[in-house]
Design a protein around this ligand. Sequence first.
Ligand code: SF4
Length: 271
Amino acid sequence: MKQLNGKAIYSPKGKAGEYAEYACNFYVGCSNQCEYCYLRKGIGKATLGGDKPTLKKCFKGEKHALEVFEKELKQNLPELQKRGLFFSFTTDPMLPETMPLHGLAVGKCFDNNVPVKVLTKRADWVDYILEQPFSEREKKMIAFGFTLTGRDDLEPNASTNAERIEAMYMLHDAGFKTWASIEPVITFASSFKMVIDSRHFCDLFKIGLESGKKYDKGLLRRFIDDVIEYTEYFGCKLYFKDSLLKRAGINREDLPPNCVNVNRDYNMFNN
Ligand code: SF4
C-alpha cells in the first residue's frame, strides 16, 4: 500500500492504522475535553493537547488548507478512491469551529469519488446535515461514526452518548452508513450497553481498550463473547482491535463470520 505523508493527508501508523489507511488532519486540539483523551497525555500533550481546535501551523489559513488538501487528494486519487479517507485523529471534525472546513473537504472528496469516514462525539450538527440535498451517490460515499463510551461524566463538552445514538439512528434512517467506535472501553458494562442501544442501526463497530489500563482477562473474554452474540442477528460487522484480542488471548482467525477476519478486507463502502 502506498504510504502518504502530506501536510493534510497521510498514512496513520500503529493503532491509528487500524481505524484508517489514509486520514486527514487540519486542526490540533479539541474542545470536547474528554478526560482520557490521548491528545492530552504523553508526548502529544505539548503539541496536540489544547482545548481549543487550532489550524495546524503548516497552513496559512483555512483557504490555504483546502488548497493543499485538494492538491494532495488529486495526487493520490487511485489509492484514496480505493481505501477512503478518515477525518480526523487530532480533533473532532464536527465541532462548530472545525465543521466548515471539513465540510468543504468532504465536498472535494465527493467530487473526486473518494469515500469518507468521519468520527465525532458531537450530535448538534445532525439536523443541519439532514436538511442538505445529498444525492443517493453521495449518501453511499460517507459513513458517520460516533464514539460511544457510555460515560458522559468523562466527556464534559461532548454531546451525551444518548444524543449520539439518536443521531446515529436519524442518519441511518436517512440512508447514510453509520458506525461506532467503542473505544476506549472504560467499563465493560457501559460499553456493552452502547452496543446494545445502537445495534439496530450500526453497520460497523470498532472496539478497543484504553491504553495502559488493566482489564480482567476473564471479563474481557466474556465481553467479547456477549458483543458477538448480541449483534450477530442484526447484521452488524465487528472489528476488534489487535491489542484487545492479544490481551484476551484470542486469534483473529478464530473469530466468527460477523467479525473482520485476518485478511482485514472488509470495506464499509462495498458491503
Ligand atoms: S473527542 Fe476525541 S479528540 Fe476530542 S477531546 Fe475527546 S478524545 Fe480528545
